[in-house]
Design a protein around this ligand. Structure first.
Ligand code: PMV
Length: 313
């Protein structure tokens, strides 16, 4: 028996960092980029083996560190289902960029939890998968807000406030984003810790900035639901200015954003924790190719296109 499951990547449209401080954020899935998990029966008494193809890494439930995120995920599924270790092999593949703010870690966790639980005859419901993924995210990030596990598990646009039930919504008018990778790896844990240090030294200023980011995210939810027009573009631009103020942008990211806007994008900003990783640009079908070229010229090492809402291309 072979069981396959997958999970998408995500981008945060508005509200990264401020979401850690209780303000709202809006995120959308990127269905074209995914993590895949395949489970098949293994040799008798081999135990559970996980092979991460892209990382060229193999871990086993018996011998690898109990704190390894892949092992923790498998163990969490077995504990939840009250089952012992099967003789099986999980093969993981992903076309999501690592350390770029696209939720590759959370996507891998969701894909494993789905595939392993389905293989064991009892596929876990969304709520359980999302909660499990949140726990695993703590290993990667320390203090995650919970936005990644939510948007990636439900694979729907989400309006998210920490510790509140996520609001999942539909998009009436599909729109187009370009996601451009700066080639600079970003560490969510380090960026979040740095912002926390700065916040502790000037809480009044940072709270004010977070309030503004929250107001932008509220407006962005409405604009996103309607479809990505000029209003959403302006909100993305304003959000990026605030992210620059809290020190999570880099000249390389600003350069990509400037190039995208110059080439006709309706709006652009960094996405995720920043200090590297990706930027997003809101484009129209007519400007898409021009913006794409401008981003490459400005130093992007890879660009993906995604349609948000409707059928993803
Ligand atoms: O995992 P990333 O890089 O997409 O960043 C997550 C967004 C933050 O708001 C910076 C952290 C969080 O836990 O929400």
């Amino acid at each position: 028996m072979v069981v396959k499951r997958s999970a998408p990547g995500k981008v945060i449209l508005c509200g990264e960092h401020s979401v850690v401080y209780g303000r709202p954020a809006v995120a959308v899935p990127v269905s074209a980029l995914r993590a895949y998990a395949e489970v098949k029966a293994g040799a008798s008494n081999q135990g559970l083996i996980i092979h991460a193809v892209d990382l060229d890494q193999t871990v086993t439930l018996r011998e690898s560190s109990k704190n390894h995120p892949l092992i923790k995920t498998a163990q969490a599924v077995l504990t939840h289902l009250n089952l012992s270790e099967p003789d099986a092999t999980i093969t993981l593949k992903s076309n999501l960029p690592i350390a770029s703010g696209m939720g590759s870690g959370a996507a891998v966790t969701v894909a494993i939890a789905r595939a392993l639980s389905a293989y064991l005859g009892s596929e876990l419901p969304e709520e359980t998968i999302s909660a499990m993924t949140y726990e695993i995210e703590k290993i990667h990030h320390g203090t995650p807000s919970g936005i990644d596990n939510t948007v990636i598990t439900w694979e729907k646009p989400v309006y998210f406030i920490k510790e509140q039930p996520p609001e999942i919504f539909d998009i009436q008018q599909p729109f187009h984003l370009l996601i451009a990778n700066s080639g600079i790896p970003s560490s969510t844990r380090e960026a979040v810790n740095e912002v926390r240090r700065q916040w502790a030294s000037a809480p009044e200023f940072y709270n004010l900035v977070f309030d503004c980011m929250g107001a932008i995210a509220r407006a962005a939810r409405v604009a996103t639901e309607k479809g990505g027009d000029q209003v959403l573009g302006t909100l993305l631009n304003e959000n990026h200015k605030l992210l620059t103020k809290i020190g999570v942008s880099l000249p390389e990211l600003d350069q990509l954003i400037y190039a995208a806007l110059e080439a006709g994008a309706l709006g652009a900003k960094l996405t995720g924790s920043g200090q590297g990783g990706n930027i997003i640009a809101l484009v129209e079908p007519e400007t898409r190719t021009r913006v794409q070229h401008a981003l490459l010229e400005a130093g992007a090492i890879k660009i993906w296109h995604t349609q948000v809402g409707g059928r993803d291309e």
